[in-house]
Ligand binder design. Structure first.
Ligand code: SF4
Ligand code: SF4
Length: 321
């Protein structure tokens, strides 16, 4: 089904709460090609990259500072952020122009050096999440980072249980080691492998399309390296017009977040109609349960009797800031 065909329906009553966080893509492309990752479908060789420009990064930071005030930023998406040669500068740009944000980078650790890590934290990074995809990664990186500044705290995700996906402020400096998701699938509710909307090579063990909602589209703002905004973090491994909800800076991120196309997709997914979108029909993402509990959708949104109308009923305070 083409999303565009329902844009013109009655959507003016929708008021969507702000996202909990924003995912920004400094780099499209990776130095690995993990079998479960959507990068399997990207038209890129290992080590071939497309980078976000400093100019675009600055415009995003300025725009988010007005739109979000203080929220978490995750630099990751479809690639290895540290491959971007300007990553330390991008962190500085965000710290200077969006001072209250909590800045997090998720990396596979392959390109880590001690100087790079120190520069990132000196420029305002709050959290470096290191996905250790092979058994020697952690000890290799620990050796590389020995003697690091003592104000950087170091955690093990599974042993220390640090808070990773909540706003803790703009001052902390943390490195968090995560063992490979491939070998720790389902060990933690937030660490589940999925088929990346069909773009990865994991075979689904469920019947698709799932007849469940998806809360991803209510939670996260997803901005790719070129300013394209996608409805979710799993839908942009290839140019995918169905799930592009806007282009920044042509429109502000607030306009895009609250725009008709994004709301059309939200309505489909809130109503558990994944089959109506080619991308979502192939997706086995099961994050709907924990997020539904947090949102309490039942009491917040009501689908009224007119088609394609969502009425937002309760106060924004129900939603995390
Ligand atoms: S999972 Fe991470 S490290 Fe592996 S290919 Fe994807 S982006 Fe790269
Ligand atoms: S169901 Fe659709 S919106 Fe939700 S995660 Fe999958 S592809 Fe993204």
């Amino acid at each position: 089904m083409k999303v565009e065909c329902i844009i013109k329906n009655n959507m003016e009553n929708i008021k969507i709460p702000k996202p909990w966080s924003a995912q920004i893509e400094p780099t499209f492309g990776c130095c690995r090609k993990c079998h479960f990752c959507g990068i399997q479908s990207a038209n890129l060789k290992i080590g071939e990259y497309k980078f976000m420009s400093l100019d675009l990064a600055k415009k995003i930071a300025i725009d988010l500072n007005v739109f979000l005030g203080k929220k978490r930023i995750e630099f990751a998406l479809s690639g290895e952020p540290l491959a971007n040669p300007n990553m330390t500068e991008i962190i500085k740009i965000f710290r200077d122009n969006y001072p209250k944000s909590q800045l997090q980078i998720t990396t596979n650790g392959d390109l880590i050096t001690k100087d790079l890590v120190e520069n990132l934290f000196n420029n305002g990074l709050n959290m470096l999440l290191v996905d250790c995809y092979d058994k020697n990664s952690k000890s290799r990186i620990q050796t590389l980072l020995s003697g690091l500044n003592s104000d950087i705290r170091i955690y093990d995700f599974y042993k220390d249980n640090p808070k990773v996906w909540s706003y803790k402020g703009d001052k902390q400096k943390e490195i968090i080691y995560m063992d490979s998701i491939a070998s720790n699938d389902e060990k933690d509710i937030t660490r589940r492998l999925n088929n990346q909307a069909g773009f990865g090579k994991l075979k689904s063990n469920v019947v698709l399309p799932l007849k469940v909602s998806c809360s991803n589209v209510f939670r996260e703002l997803v901005v790719k390296y070129d300013g394209s905004v996608y409805a979710c973090c799993m839908s942009g491994w290839i140019p995918n017009p169905e799930m592009i909800v806007g282009k920044f800076p042509e429109n502000s991120l607030k306009e895009i977040w609250e725009g008709d196309k994004f709301n059309s997709i939200r309505k489909i997914l809130y109503n558990s109609e994944r089959y109506k979108l080619n991308t979502c029909a192939k997706c086995d993402y099961k994050g709907y349960k924990n997020s539904l509990a947090l949102y309490d959708f039942k009491n917040v949104f009501e689908i009224d009797k007119q088609p394609n109308t969502i009425i937002y009923k309760k106060s924004r305070s129900l939603f995390m800031d």
